[in-house]
Design a protein around this ligand. Structure first.
Ligand code: ATP
Length: 293
């Protein structure tokens, strides 16, 4: 069982190496790529990040539809949090933006261009994903930050490290950016690994950001540092947050409640609380207080 977000991670980490990397991924997984570039696919222009789902219906192969006739518009620069019960389809919805799966009906477009018209490489190059399970390889911190941006300058790598709050750690290491990290980065703590993946995305500077909210227990200081870095990363970028803890997404521009029936409601935190619907019940449940509705 492969969660779509895991697939996103594996693919996004490999695509900087181009199709060779992607094919290798497919070989490893012993599958054919289920999504192929159209013969006349275009290189996506630099995207602003206006995302639109129009009547999107999707089901995993041989499974019932997970998403049915979804309509959702996200403006460039907007921060949208997706909340809802487990299994409702939040991760699936996000995995359709980098086109990891072919939809059954409808259209997903970015800046008015159907994503099926773009090459996957040029589309995915403009999407950054942060999730709990960070992919790091056996190499230096510098190589891990610059992964996919081999042309990055020393100054750009440092700037990304600073933005991800890695500077103090790097200054404390005798070899700084050239410190070698062990197989899969095992010598780093969970929080450090996550900040390293955030630095990677600062460097990549994608138009669209997908955050699969970390639920692991980080200590409070680390967590607030990561939260700050993520807020900075989301600034002026279209951001989708798959939220598990409602407390962290209160200030999102918009909260979209996804249930098995589809999008149940959407709006700002205060409005959804006042509406007394699914969100207010989820919120009450997480706060551990009795729902008033
Ligand atoms: P959670 O909050 O637990 O992360 P979610 O809202 O993100 O859940 P999804 O992970 O998108 O939900 O899953 C939606 C449905 O699709 C679930 O029924 C899940 O079992 C199913 N599903 C997810 N990935 C696959 C897959 N690769 N193949 C088949 N079914 C899948």
């Amino acid at each position: 069982f492969l969660k779509p977000i895991d697939k996103i991670n594996a693919l996004l980490e490999l695509y900087p190496k181009g199709m060779a990397g992607f094919r290798r991924y497919c070989e490893l997984m012993d599958t054919e790529p289920d999504v192929k570039d159209a013969d006349d696919a275009i290189e996506a222009p630099r995207l602003k990040g206006n995302i639109e789902f129009r009547n999107v219906t999707f089901g995993y192969e041989n499974h019932a539809h997970v998403l049915k006739e979804i309509n959702l518009q996200i403006r460039a620069g907007e921060t949208v949090a997706l909340v809802g019960p487990s299994g409702a389809g939040k991760s699936t919805l996000c995995s359709l933006i980098p086109r990891f799966y072919e939809i059954d009906d409808g259209e997903v477009s970015i800046d008015g261009i159907d994503i099926r018209r773009m090459t996957q490489h040029s589309l995915r190059n403009q999407i950054g994903i942060v999730q709990q399970d960070v992919f790091l390889f056996n190499g230096t911190i510098r190589e891990n930050i610059a992964y996919g941006r081999l042309d990055a300058t020393e100054e750009q790598i440092w700037e990304a490290a600073r933005q991800a709050h890695l500077e103090a750690m790097l200054n404390a290491l005798p070899d700084g950016l050239d410190t070698f990290i062990g197989e899969r980065g095992l010598k780093l703590s969970g929080g450090q690994r996550q900040r390293l993946s955030i630095a990677r995305i600062f460097l990549k500077n994608p138009a669209i950001l997908i955050l699969d909210e970390a639920t692991s227990a980080l200590d409070t200081e680390t967590e607030s540092m990561i939260q700050q870095a993520l807020e900075q990363l989301a600034h002026n970028r279209t951001t989708l947050i798959i939220a598990h803890r409602l407390a962290t997404i209160r200030h999102a521009d918009r909260i979209v409640v996804v249930t098995e029936e589809g999008i149940a409601e959407q709006g700002r935190h205060e409005d959804l609380i006042a509406a007394g619907g699914t969100y207010s019940r989820l919120n009450a449940a997480q706060l551990g207080v009795a729902s008033t509705v």
